[in-house]
Ligand binder design. Structure first.
Ligand code: ZN
Length: 327
């Protein structure tokens, strides 16, 4: 027979166990997964680079991805392929991605924002962006063009346009490639290129260190946001760009991800995570991580002040760089 005291004790024990279980659901996991995506192939600043520079950047990127066994997807903008006298060599860069067993997706022909173009014009830009990539994929074992990445992560100016664009993409056989981890490499990449062109050998490593510290903060932040929002950390999707910064330092970023216990998985595997099937009604002038999409959809937008901030000196440098290079 159970005494009232023993009953109370076992009730308390049950409560403690329940709390421990709930607590452990929100604990950081010891194993994480991430799909790596790289935007703006054949190179982020392809208009300002020659074919030799573009080839060099991509050769290094592909070598790192291959050595580290990272099944990345590169998202192509086809317009910069058409440079007089260089088209063959620029297309060869994309071919090298596929030869290495990596995948390619569509990032529109001319990097058109769905937030700032008419839907029909944007759709035309999607279709025009398929030509070369589709042909190259087909030549590599009849592979299909499966993934689409929105330029600037702009998913549409209103929900009606967003849904119409998604239906259009689905109709052409695409899945939208979301982003959950964005360490803003493009922001640092401009400054890195500038430091290199000025042979500023002191600034170069300072920028790389600042970027990796910022990336570390972003990863930790999005992992915490995932746990508090979803109760677990989904298979994440990382956004990087085809730049000299990544060509030279992607291995450092991958090492950081490994310190966060990440294993590298194909984008298709990441998309099987149920997180990517949950309601998402995000609409804004500015593109954002899908973790922000989900937070906004649930009525709990992430306060800007809670997010990791760029070092002030990097922002100052970037402001000066933008003034000197308006486009
Ligand atoms: Zn882009």
């Amino acid at each position: 027979m159970t005494s009232p005291r023993t009953a109370r004790l076992s009730q308390t024990l049950l409560l403690v166990l329940l709390l421990l279980t709930l607590e452990s659901a929100a604990q950081p996991p010891s194993h994480r997964e991430v799909a790596v995506t790289i935007d703006d192939l054949p190179a982020m600043d392809a208009a300002d680079l020659d074919a030799a520079q573009i080839t060099s950047i991509n050769r290094k990127l592909i070598a790192t991805l291959t050595r580290e066994h990272v099944p990345a997807v590169g998202f192509v903008i086809e317009e910069p392929l058409y440079k007089t006298g260089e088209t063959d060599r620029r297309i060869a860069v994309l071919n090298a991605w596929l030869d290495a067993g990596l995948d390619l997706g569509n990032h529109t022909f001319s990097h058109t924002s769905l937030n700032h173009a008419a839907l029909k014009d944007w759709e035309d830009d999607v279709v025009q962006g398929e030509t070369v990539t589709h042909m190259l994929l087909y030549a590599h074992g009849h592979k299909k063009l499966r993934y689409f990445r929105h330029p600037y992560l702009d998913v549409g100016p209103d929900l009606e346009t967003r849904r119409a664009a998604e239906a259009f993409l689905t109709g052409r056989g695409y899945r939208v490639a979301p982003v959950t981890l964005d360490p803003l490499d493009w922001y640092f990449a401009d400054l890195y290129d500038d430091a290199r062109s000025r042979h500023d050998q002191a600034l170069e490593p300072r920028l790389v260190a600042a970027w990796l510290t910022f990336a570390d903060a972003v990863f930790t932040f999005e992992e915490e946001q995932s746990r508090s929002l979803l109760g677990y950390e989904p298979r994440q999707i990382l956004l990087l760009h085809d730049t000299a910064l990544e060509a030279d330092h992607l291995a450092d970023l991958l090492a950081l991800l490994r310190r966060h216990e990440y294993a590298f998985i194909p984008l298709g595997d990441a998309l099987e995570d149920p997180a990517y099937a949950q309601p998402d009604t995000y609409i804004s002038d500015v593109g954002a991580s899908w973790i922000e999409h989900w937070a906004v959809t649930r009525g709990h937008p992430i306060p800007p002040t809670a997010k990791p901030t760029l070092p002030r000196w990097v922002e100052t440098l970037h402001d000066a760089f933008e003034k000197a290079h308006p486009d």
